[in-house]
Design a protein around this ligand. Structure first.
Ligand code: NAP
Length: 283
């Protein structure tokens, strides 16, 4: 079987060219004012710093500005809330990204939920999640939304398929389940207390790996012809799924790297441009 490679890097690049034009139009409409994404990084975790830098670079590539808010490791919940409130009130900033995870003394959920809905371009608020789940307008959580955009770009149908999602985190597994359910898939969500995981995965038409453990999902658990989506990324360029033996056996696969990762960043920027368009009359 010829396996289709779901090339997130290529789709992201193509989308960036379109976004560049849209940003130029927003600038024209706003007398040259440049739309802006605020990135908020708390602490000094090197991986988080790298992700934030990659997001800022993506802004630059489409012609958007970004302001980098960097707060120390010792930041309190109150201090972070004050900063987010300032950004909510700042009409020059159309989107807010609070990089996950924040240091443990901070109540991350409270801080996420303080982001104004119309600036929640990373799709992290409870309100946004609830609205998305109900099919109302809201920005989706960037990684699962990026996966949906990738499937759509390759015209891979979700309707009527049995999707098995391994992982139920608020930013990935849970919203993934709701997005696929909204497109009429039948969903099984697995987690650390799930029994007989290999047997469940053997019945999946679509498998989404969102576990956070390198090559935890074995190739032998996945049926021939399935669509394989690997959201994981670990040192050495491996994902949450044992991908190598699956080439030529499944119908479609996201490479690691170059599959889900670029689509996550691209979706953040895509949603930031959308927010800027909606707010451009107010710039
Ligand atoms: P997370 O918050 O750590 O969640 C991991 C999930 O996996 C949890 O729901 C957990 O279950 C489940 N799990 C853990 N051990 C399991 C087991 N033995 N069997 C079945 N399920 C198990 O991770 P996350 O933030 O969702 O990230 C998941 C993966 O996606 C990671 O590899 C991460 O690097 C990657 N990721 C990639 C991007 C990107 O842009 N490409 C963005 C975000 C995340 P419980 O709920 O029961 O604990």
């Amino acid at each position: 079987m010829k396996t289709q490679i779901l090339d997130g890097k290529a789709i992201a690049l193509k989308t960036e060219a379109e976004l560049h034009e849209r940003v130029a139009r927003i600038k024209d409409a706003g007398n040259g004012r440049t739309p802006m994404l605020a990135t908020v990084l708390v602490g000094s975790d090197p991986a988080s710093a790298t992700y934030v830098r990659m997001k800022q670079n993506a802004c630059k590539r489409v012609g958007m500005d970004s302001i980098a808010v960097e707060l120390p490791e010792t930041t309190t919940t109150e201090e972070l809330l004050t900063k987010i409130k300032e950004l909510n009130a700042n009409s020059l900033c159309q989107g807010i990204l609070l990089q996950h995870p924040v240091p443990p003394q901070i109540e991350e959920r409270v801080c996420f939920d303080s982001i104004a809905l119309n600036k929640d371009v990373d799709g992290v608020t409870c309100l946004g999640f609830g609205r998305m789940a109900m099919g109302e307008e809201a920005y989706g959580s960037a990684t699962p939304q990026g996966i949906m955009r990738l499937l759509s770009a390759y015209k891979i149908p979700v309707e009527g398929k049995h999707a098995v999602i391994v992982g139920r985190s608020p930013i990935l597994g849970k919203p993934m389940a709701m997005m696929m359910l909204n497109q009429n898939a039948t969903i099984t969500v697995c987690h650390s207390r799930t029994k007989n995981l290999p047997d469940i995965i053997k019945n999946a038409d679509i498998v989404v790996g969102a576990v956070g453990r390198p090559e935890f999902i074995k190739a032998s658990w996945i049926k021939d012809g399935a669509v394989v989506i690997d959201a994981g990324y670990h040192p050495g360029g491996i994902g949450d799924i044992e991908l190598t033996p699956l080439y030529d056996r499944v119908s479609a696969i996201t490479p690691v790297p170059g599959g889900v990762g670029p689509m996550t960043i691209n979706t953040l920027i895509f949603q930031a441009v959308d927010a800027a368009e909606k707010n451009s009359v107010k710039i």
